[in-house]
Design a protein around this ligand. Structure first.
Ligand code: SF4
Length: 323
């Protein structure tokens, strides 16, 4: 039976801002099993990155807070864990790949030394052994060891992201959180980097949370999908369930806004309107101002999450049996 590696229950994250309280994550629950990849999909500001930062303990202090809920990783309570224990988990058991490789790499340090540093933090190896392992990792991500002593500025964007991937893999983590890992790269190399992540994930049997707004990428590599809107999950299920039977109007809107190769339609449908501001209080369903199926009840009450079939759930009155 699959083992739960990461489990989040009823998580709420808020930020204090000049404009008031931002409710970034609202009542979010999900889990990732060992060796499983979860696609975490939604527009900018949907709460995806805040969830990732809450897992890693990287919410900006003192403004960002977890106000409710639990996060359990590999049996560890990630909210109440002490700093020392958290440090021993981050980098070793959980690694993160950020959007922009330049924010992850130290511009003043040779790339090999950045990998050696990560290896030495978590493994009892001699400097020579760590250096050899770092060079092997560079080769694994497609960078010749002759370039190990180069600095980040000597690499292209795609190659820098390969170095970041090598650092993320340095201690063979149980979970990788990849936050829009190809967004900052040229379109031509996005597919190559995504393919590399997919290959290495399979090679090391790592679990992954892939944060993205690209539903096409999710179809290729994810086992499960969580569709986020305004801080909460509106649809959740296996990739097969969600792709074969998208059920929430927002998910259907996302699917319709992706070009399809098998139709001759020249225009893509877009979801009307904009996501709400995080400080905005919306009564009823948070998606109702943009929803073409909106009913009176949607403006009055918040829908509950209902089970559709198997693991597939949806938060929408269209699927509630008692409405
Ligand atoms: Fe649309 Fe109503 Fe469903 Fe919300 S609950 S997504 S407004 S139909």
């Amino acid at each position: 039976m699959a083992e739960k590696l990461l489990e989040i229950n009823n998580l709420y994250v808020t930020y204090d801002s000049e404009n008031g309280l931002c409710k970034a994550v609202n009542d979010l629950s999900l889990h990732i099993n060992t060796h499983e990849t979860l696609g975490f999909v939604g527009e900018t500001g949907a709460g995806k990155t805040s969830t990732a930062k809450a897992i890693m303990g990287l919410l900006p202090s003192p403004n960002g807070k977890i106000t409710q809920g639990s996060i359990t990783f590999n049996g560890n309570d990630m909210i109440n864990i002490n700093k020392r224990e958290r440090r021993s988990i981050l980098g070793k058991d959980i690694s993160m790949i950020f959007q922009d490789p330049m924010t992850s790499l130290n511009p003043a340090m040779k790339v090999v030394d950045q990998i050696v540093e990560m290896i030495s933090l978590h493994k009892a190896l001699t400097k020579r052994e760590a250096y050899k392992e770092a060079c092997d990792l560079l080769e694994l991500v497609g960078i010749k060891k002759e370039r190990a002593n180069d600095y980040p500025h000597q690499f292209s964007g795609g190659m820098k992201q390969r170095v970041v991937i090598a650092i993320a893999l340095a201690c063979q983590p149980k979970l990788i959180i990849a936050d829009e890992p190809t967004t900052a790269l040229d379109v031509t190399i996005q597919a190559q980097v995504m393919e590399l992540i997919k290959e290495l994930k399979e090679k090391f049997n790592t679990s992954m949370m892939l944060i993205t707004h690209d539903i096409g990428v999710v179809a290729e590599i994810c086992d499960k999908v969580a569709i986020m809107y305004a801080g909460g999950i509106v649809e959740y299920g296996t990739a097969e369930e969600v792709f074969n039977n998208p059920s929430h109007p927002y998910t259907i809107g996302l699917f319709n806004s992706v070009p399809k190769l098998d139709t001759e339609e020249e225009w893509l449908e877009e979801i009307p309107g904009l996501p709400p501001e995080p400080t905005e209080e919306i009564q009823g369903c948070v998606f109702h101002p943009r929803c073409s199926h909106c009913m009176d009840i949607c403006k009055e009450r918040e829908p509950e999450t209902v089970s559709l079939s198997g693991k597939h759930t949806c938060k929408c009155f269209l699927h509630a049996s008692n409405v």
